[in-house]
Write a protein that binds this ligand. Structure first.
Ligand SMILES: [Zn+2]
Length: 348
């Protein structure tokens, strides 16, 4: 999250079209749903309608689309034909998942697209498309908007794309009563927004919204439970929001929210062991494998660790490599480092 004082400074830079701030921030405009670079020539929005982001990816994940005028995803005057074609294709059909054959149809080589996007935007084309899709799907969760169906079909230039993006990931809104309904809420944290999914009795998922593979995780959960996910609130979501806020402020690092763990007996065994790692400490994959009595199952432990859907609460971030290197983290290694440092500091 960007602080108020920083936002005010950014807003001044925006009014002055200050090119010193190029690449430092992006601004999302709530009234139009577009995001811009600081020097955009378009009429400037009011401060209260601005939302500032450090990266273009964050703006995409918050459901903003790139401004046509200032083209925040390109260096000025340096947009290749390949990139232009692909950006246009995404806006026409944001829920699409891209296969090699789709690139061929547009006469574009997928490796070229990948390389060019990475070079220009610091993310591959597939990551860009996914961020845009997730942003659209998560928009109503962010806004806590309960009314899905009617609202999805109005107010968007690509309403069918938006509806598809939401229902493909979150499940079609329920049409009859005996449908399992899970509620999803958006939680802002110091390390970026998280999504929480729960029913009335427990929490199923807590993840950073830009986590690698989140989309498939949500789908898997939904299909397994034959559920639809709608934006909303319940006691469990209120509780986890409260606890996560306390965790980040350092007031209390412990969680009591009831959990539903969806996984195989082996995965559950690993997750249970993870929860025994004391706050502020780390273990290696090998340590965990030994503790569950399967010292040779290091790789399976690492996999089970990676499939954890309850970030922070089930502390998969406390598992590091045997050589003391951090190892991977689906939410990004920078976050892993932050969480470990935070826990160590607070536990002292
Ligand atoms: Zn603009």
């Amino acid at each position: 999250m960007i602080s108020i004082s920083k936002s005010k400074r950014y807003y001044q830079a925006l009014l002055g079209k200050d090119s010193d701030y190029e690449g430092i921030f992006y601004v999302g405009v709530r009234t139009t749903g577009v995001f811009c670079r600081p020097t955009c020539p378009a009429r400037k929005p009011k401060f209260e309608n601005c939302e500032f982001f450090a990266t273009a990816k964050e703006a995409l994940l918050a459901a903003y689309r790139p401004c046509q005028r200032c083209q925040p995803l390109s260096l000025p005057n340096q947009v290749s034909h390949v990139i232009q074609t692909l950006l246009k294709a995404i806006e026409e059909n944001p829920e699409k998942r891209w296969k090699d054959s789709d690139f061929r149809k547009l006469g574009i080589d997928s490796a070229t697209a990948r390389r060019q996007f990475k070079k220009r935007f610091g993310m591959t084309f597939v990551e860009y498309a996914r961020s845009r899709r997730m942003g659209l799907a998560l928009k109503h969760i962010k806004e806590g908007n309960m009314v899905i169906d009617a609202q999805l079909s109005v107010g968007y230039e690509s309403s069918s794309g938006f509806r598809d993006a939401f229902s493909r990931i979150m499940g079609a809104p329920p049409t009859h009563k005996n449908h399992v309904i899970l509620k999803a809420a958006w939680i802002d944290t110091q390390l970026g927004p998280m999504i929480a999914i729960a029913d009335e009795t427990g929490l199923y998922l807590l993840e950073f919204i830009d986590r690698r593979g989140l989309e498939r995780e949500v789908e898997r959960l939904r299909k397994k439970l034959k559920a639809a996910i709608v934006p909303g609130e319940n006691e469990i979501l209120k509780k986890i929001e409260f606890e996560i806020t306390n965790y980040f402020t350092g007031k209390n690092l412990f969680f009591e929210t009831p959990l539903h763990q969806v996984g195989s007996p082996f995965q559950k065994q690993v997750w249970e062991e993870l929860q025994k790692i004391p706050t502020g400490e780390t273990r290696s994959y090998f340590d965990i494998a030994k503790l569950i009595g399967k010292p040779k199952a290091c790789r399976a432990v690492a996999r089970a660790n990676g499939t954890n859907q309850l970030a922070i609460i089930i502390p998969c971030h406390r598992v590091i490599n045997s050589n003391k290197e951090l190892g991977g983290y689906a939410g990004g290694v920078a976050r892993k480092q932050w969480l470990l440092t935070h826990e160590k500091k607070i536990q002292k």
